[in-house]
Design a protein around this ligand. Structure first.
Ligand code: MLT
Length: 324
């Protein structure tokens, strides 16, 4: 009798000890790997979201910037992390679509990662150093075409959003660009303000404050509508490059095998942050566009990523991008 009681209470202890991980998740801070430099658009968005996700999760959300190779190194860090929800990754069209068509990755962007949530997207903006003798997009394109050698365009590395946008701008306008890779468009912006490089086809959220401050020149946003946060900046359609539309969507992913209920908690915390009025205002002030409500589930991000891979890989492969 005593023995069966002992074994029963022992079993209870064991099971009580290992109550399903999700119930207790999180029990310590979560790391979000941002595959680009601190101070850039991805870093800024994730730090704003992380601050509010902390309130829902009850644990800090720490940003770790692991950079290089167009963001593919940071994504690899997440792929090779424990599938327990404590190391997840920020990414976007560049890191979770384009890189698969450019780099020989030692991971699969779809099968080695679990989608968590689609995040806000950034319209792109064509910006230049102030020394460029152009006031309109048409004048900029003529100046770029008239130059004996290709103008320098800052990017966050081959496959990054600013690189894919640069390729799309070349295709739409017929200009030729010489890409200067950085570990993020944060440091690229510093060099643009300093006049070290000529242009960036940048995420609006990264350029908007510099354009407002007059330290760089903004020509047009790659969207059919003007950005509410920058109503004075023309659209490409208004500026004479109709149809050159591109918004850089972003998301969160976890390593393959991360429990579904942990994914659900991370998804809920991100949605809480996106629906939190002060957080939303901060993001919209930067020109960010909220993701559609009908794409808020992990599966919706997974389906969207696959659709974008089908759309962009042929375009990017045709550009024949060389990486060392
Ligand atoms: C960054 O945060 O630096 C960007 O997301 C880089 C890019 O993809 O252009």
């Amino acid at each position: 009798m005593f023995k069966s009681l002992l074994s029963a209470s022992f079993l209870l202890l064991v099971f009580a000890g290992s109550a399903p991980a999700a119930e207790k998740f999180p029990s310590h801070p979560i790391t979000v790997v941002v595959p680009f430099s601190a101070g850039g658009p991805s870093d800024a968005m994730m730090r704003i979201l992380g601050e509010r996700m902390k309130a829902t999760l009850g644990e800090a959300v720490l940003v770790e910037n692991t950079t290089g190779a167009g963001g593919s190194i940071g994504v690899g860090r997440v792929v090779h992390s424990a599938p327990d929800g404590y190391t997840i990754g920020f990414g976007h069209l560049g890191t979770h679509v384009a890189n698969g068509a450019i780099y020989k990755l030692n991971y699969d962007l779809v099968t080695d990662l679990e989608p968590i949530v689609l995040l806000p997207s950034n319209p792109m903006i064509v910006v230049s150093k102030n020394a460029v003798p152009a006031k309109t997009l048409a004048e900029l394109i003529s100046w770029l075409k008239a130059r004996p050698q290709a103008a320098t365009a800052g990017t966050a590395g081959a496959g990054s959003g600013s690189h894919v946008a640069g390729l799309a701008f070349e295709a739409a306008s017929g200009v030729k660009l010489q890409y200067v890779p950085y570990r993020g468009t944060g440091p690229a912006m510093n060099d643009l303000v300093a006049g070290q490089i000529d242009i960036i086809v940048d995420q609006l959220s990264n350029s908007i404050n510099q354009v407002r401050a007059g330290t760089i020149r903004g020509y047009a946003v790659t969207d059919a509508r003007r950005a509410e946060s920058a109503p004075d900046i023309q659209t490409v359609d208004e500026a004479g490059l109709p149809g050159f539309h591109m918004t850089l969507w972003s998301g969160l992913w976890a390593p393959k095998g991360t429990p579904k209920d942990v994914i659900a908690k991370l998804n809920a915390a991100a949605l809480d942050a996106l629906n939190d009025p002060p957080t939303r205002k901060q993001l919209e002030n930067l020109g960010l566009q909220m993701p559609p409500a009908d794409k808020s589930t992990p599966d919706a991000l997974g389906a969207w990523q696959k659709a974008e891979i089908a759309k962009w890989w042929p375009i990017i492969k045709a550009a024949n991008v060389k990486v060392d």
